[in-house]
Unconditional design. Structure first.
Ligand code: NAP
Length: 479
């Protein structure tokens, strides 16, 4: 049902995500008059704030996490906020929450920024409190389970109260401008699509490198690991956008239909197609950092690094490896997609002593949003000793190309889409399940083959086996 929500109910309103991302995003949307004038935002968590106390809390968060130049409308934004304390497990407490939310004139958007073990009791409470009617939609933060089975349990619990068209599963990578730009690059330009297949592409690399270690996420991360924390969601979404067939329209059904088809073609990897690692003490940016076991305070078999050689069993991508790599305590924070084209079939320059280097498309998401296409060019000169060719970049720094428009963080986009009801950038249940099915297979193969993480030094690019993984195929990681 199409409606623009005029109430937003935010669970986990005192949490880290709410402070760093959700409140600043909502404040920015308010400042730019993008949310309805009558939108009221009700926060809830266990902390016993009243409305004024929560507004103070929110102001402090905004002062900490919003750039000063974006805080102009903060005071009027804070007036939109109210707060109701609630333990999400306390079913009886939802009546008071419903009273606080009141009767929206159009509809209610709910955002669960809480741990997933609270999703089931929250859904039950929302139903009991009469907050799950046909004009309510719900947004769910990741992680949606730890396996196919547990994600089905969560999805079943959600589906008991909210049909799929009112369920918005967040993968905040999809809210990033460059990720959406991938669709523009592929489908708004004529030159890539004819080459976008096994005949012309040698391999694809997707890297999500972090310099941070455990940070405060000790309890959560050690039960998850890099495969479930990063690959299952963000990296497989990137892979799906790179590999999918052209959708017929830019709408939620068309795009998600194509993504899920790709995810279902992922071939189960063999044990020698994955490498796992765990960082040991080292240095990042010249600063010494402890090992994972020291940060955790105990030994652990959780992988903080994973590299995978993935294959898609379909016509377009047969024989093209997709190398995925993610890890903590790597030398730099970097998220990028590298599309490595094949070499020209015949070089007319070979007889003149020149080598051609295959073209490469680099789509960089972090720390900068850039697109770089490497092309061969002739080095100027009279060529008496032969022709010299060199690979030169055709560079688009998105910040420079689009200096005018306001830069939006992913949650601004996603919260607005949730309020307005556009599911295009949210993950459908069948996608999540296809993702988990592949991930569960990898975990089962690790368990079956006794795979445990290899050590790597913090500040390196992971275990040396990760280098061997690509080099066996004649490929070097982009560094
Ligand atoms: P967090 O800092 O631990 O916050 C959890 C929130 O849940 C707090 O507001 C907490 O408030 C509330 N809460 C905890 N137990 C509750 C209960 N029994 N009843 C009602 N409220 C309860 O976690 P977070 O980092 O904000 O993350 C929230 C969710 O987003 C998690 O699922 C996380 O995996 C996901 N996520 C977070 C990030 C991030 O950058 N932080 C990124 C991606 C996804 P009280 O203690 O006052 O109840």
């Amino acid at each position: 049902m199409s409606f623009t929500a005029d109430r937003l109910l935010l669970f986990g309103a005192t949490g880290d995500l709410a402070q760093r991302m959700l409140l600043p995003s909502l404040c920015a949307l308010h400042a730019d008059k993008l949310v309805p004038d009558d939108l009221e935002i009700v926060g809830t968590a266990r902390q016993p704030f009243d409305d004024a106390g929560y507004r103070n809390f929110a102001r402090e968060a905004l002062e900490k996490f919003m750039p000063p130049e974006r805080r102009g409308s903060m005071a009027t934004f804070l007036n939109r906020l109210t707060y109701q304390p609630l333990d999400a497990n306390d079913i009886a407490g939802y009546a008071a929450l419903a009273e606080k939310v009141g009767q929206p004139s159009q509809g209610l958007a709910i955002f669960l920024s809480t741990a997933p073990n609270l999703f089931e009791p929250t859904i039950a409470g929302l139903t009991a409190g009469g907050l799950a009617g046909s004009t309510t939609r719900i947004g769910l933060e990741k992680p949606l389970g730890t396996s196919l089975e547990t994600s089905r349990e969560i999805n079943d619990a959600v589906a008991r109260a909210f049909p799929e068209d009112r369920t918005f599963r967040i993968d905040h990578y999809l809210g990033k401008e460059t990720v959406q730009n991938l669709l523009a690059l592929r489908f708004a330009n004529i030159m890539f699509e004819p080459l976008w297949n096994a005949a012309h592409i040698d391999h694809v690399q997707i890297t999500v490198a972090e310099t941070v270690g455990l940070e405060g996420r000790v309890g959560f991360y050690d039960g998850a690991g890099a495969l479930r924390d990063m690959v299952q969601n963000h990296m497989l979404q990137l892979l799906a956008l790179v590999a999918m067939e052209p959708p017929a329209n830019f709408n939620a059904t068309a795009i998600r239909d194509e993504k899920v088809k790709v995810l279902r073609t992922l071939r189960q990897v063999t044990p020698d197609e994955t490498v796992t690692g765990q960082y040991r003490a080292g240095a990042i940016g010249g600063q010494p950092v402890p090992g994972y076991d020291e940060e955790l305070g105990k030994d652990s078999d959780t992988e903080t690094f994973v590299a995978i050689k993935a294959h898609l069993d379909n016509w377009r991508w047969k024989g093209v490896p997709f190398y995925l790599r993610t890890g903590k305590r790597l030398p730099e924070r970097r998220t990028e997609i590298v599309v490595q084209f094949r070499n020209v079939p015949h070089s007319i320059f070979a007889g003149k002593g020149a080598q051609t280097v295959p073209n490469q498309l680099l789509i960089s998401l972090q720390p900068h949003e850039d697109i770089r296409l490497s092309l061969m060019a002739k080095v100027p000169g009279l060529d008496r000793d032969g022709i010299r060719l060199r690979s030169v970049p055709l560079d688009i720094a998105m910040d420079d190309a689009f200096a005018g428009p306001t830069k939006r963080i992913a949650y601004e986009r996603l919260l607005l889409d949730l309020i307005e009801g556009d599911q295009t950038l949210f993950v459908r249940r069948d996608e999540v399940e296809a993702q988990w099915e592949w991930i569960d297979g990898i975990r089962a193969s690790w368990a079956g083959n006794g795979v445990t993480p290899k050590n790597y030094t913090a500040g390196s690019w992971g275990p040396s086996a990760a280098i061997a993984l690509t080099e066996r195929g004649g490929v070097t990681w982009h560094e």
